[in-house]
Design a protein around this ligand. Structure first.
Ligand code: GUN
Length: 279
């Protein structure tokens, strides 16, 4: 039987630690404040934004919510970001993605001050991660490192395979595993013989966005499998990029969907907000 990595429990543990830290900061006269901006009313984004606001409330972080209409212009959004960059009482700024098509996402990401970039999407944050300097780290990959560490899984010297090369997950994930002294391979849609490469992995991180794509044929006996995907299957049940039932008997540890990687993202966002005050 594989160890089921309980992301819900680990994220709760992190949130409790942060709650204590924030209370101590308050006693010392320091408040933490996150500004969350949503443009338009994409239902999935609204759910994410609401969860972020709830997590702030739970931990004791102040949150400013900006729900802007779909018709908001790029100039208006940039002006709001500038205003929040300049506000001393705002520590973190997050623009929920995707933004409407008439707004240039790259321009928005670059407009957020790297000092307040709690998503870790700014090129300066990504560059700092790349060369091992301090800066904000993208929340999902940072959460995966916490899942591994807090489950007692060593990364140093391990064969790590990351499937997927997105800017938000795959690329920063590979850099973080490298920082932890893993031997890292990044596989993607053009990779030849994906099965053979995945089968080398002691630690396999899957972020490809295809439901139950990874079956037992991709798994080395005893591997640790981290599933970043989240989908609804034919029966409207949540599932990941990994075929959990098929893969679980072959690994030493695996994250479930839901309750694995998902809850960690918000916990790490909260962590970044607290760090933004400490930095
Ligand atoms: N949209 C989907 N995931 C994320 C995230 O982590 N941050 C932001 N800002 N938008 C997202």
């Amino acid at each position: 039987m594989a160890q089921i990595i309980d992301g819900k429990a680990i994220s709760t543990q992190i949130k409790e630690e942060l709650k204590e830290k924030v209370a101590k900061m308050k006693e010392a006269g320091t408040e933490v404040c996150l500004a969350v901006i949503q443009v338009g009313n994409d239902p999935a984004s609204s759910v994410y934004v609401n969860n972020k606001k709830k997590a702030c409330e739970y931990i004791g972080i102040n949150s400013l919510a900006y729900e802007l209409p779909e018709s908001t212009t790029e100039e208006e959004l940039l002006a709001l970001i500038q205003e929040l960059n300049d506000r001393a009482d705002v520590n973190g700024i997050l623009v929920q993605l995707p933004v409407p098509k008439h707004i240039d996402e790259d321009k928005i990401i670059k407009a957020i001050s790297p000092k307040k970039d709690v998503d870790g999407f700014h090129p300066q944050s990504v560059g700092a991660l790349c060369i091992g300097q301090p800066g904000f780290v993208s929340c999902t990959p940072a959460g995966i490192i916490q899942l591994l560490k807090r489950s007692g899984i060593e990364i140093e010297g391990k064969e790590c395979v990351v499937v997927g090369r997105s800017n938000i997950v795959g690329k920063p994930m590979s850099l973080l595993l490298l920082r932890e002294n893993g031997t890292v391979t990044v596989a993607h849609s053009r990779t030849k013989d994906l099965k053979a490469i995945c089968k080398r992995a002691d630690i396999l991180v899957v972020a490809i966005g295809k439901p139950r794509f990874i079956t037992e044929e991709y798994i080395k006996e005893g591997a640790v499998v981290i599933d970043v995907g989240i989908h609804r299957n034919e029966n409207n049940k949540l599932c990941g990029d990994v075929d959990f039932e098929a893969v679980e008997p072959h690994c030493s540890a695996i994250t479930p969907v839901p309750g694995g990687v998902g809850p960690m993202t918000i916990a790490m966002l909260m962590n970044n907000c607290v760090e933004s005050v400490e930095m």
